[in-house]
Design a protein around this ligand. Structure first.
Ligand code: AMP
Length: 113
């Protein structure tokens, strides 16, 4: 989708600090980190968010969750990390392209909202 920020990052039209890439997935550092390590993991296919995950595309999500622990290990997050996906307005989703935040590098708050 030409007007999607993350599709433009995938296309190389907007720069990113890439930490992982394969045929299906791209991971890059969040531009406004909320923790010492803050990485976004996104599918290369445009999926608008968690609500748009279906039986047709769930294999992509499964692959993302195979990649996430590899990224966490490469980043040295052996003490633990958090995976977050905001879905919809009440959750504060600002980019409507499915993405999973990897947060770590310090003791994280347990605050839920
Ligand atoms: P969300 O609010 O869950 O939709 O997350 C969107 C995330 O994208 C936020 O954490 C932003 O800081 C991040 N973000 C926005 N633009 C960029 C960009 N150009 N490069 C990297 N991260 C970005």
């Amino acid at each position: 989708m030409s007007n999607c920020l993350f599709c433009r990052i995938i296309a190389g039209e907007i720069p990113s600090t890439k930490v992982y890439e394969d045929d299906t997935v791209l991971a890059f550092r969040d531009i406004a980190p909320q923790a010492p390590t803050h990485i976004l993991v996104i599918p290369k296919a445009h999926i608008s968010g968690v609500s748009a995950i279906t039986g047709e595309n769930s294999h992509i999500v499964a692959h993302i969750f195979e990649v996430i622990p590899q990224i966490a290990a490469a980043e040295g997050l052996s003490q633990g990390f958090r995976v977050v996906s905001n879905c919809g307005d009440h959750a504060g989703q600002t980019v409507h392209h499915l993405h999973f935040h990897i947060l770590g590098g310090q003791q994280l708050s347990l605050q839920m909202a």
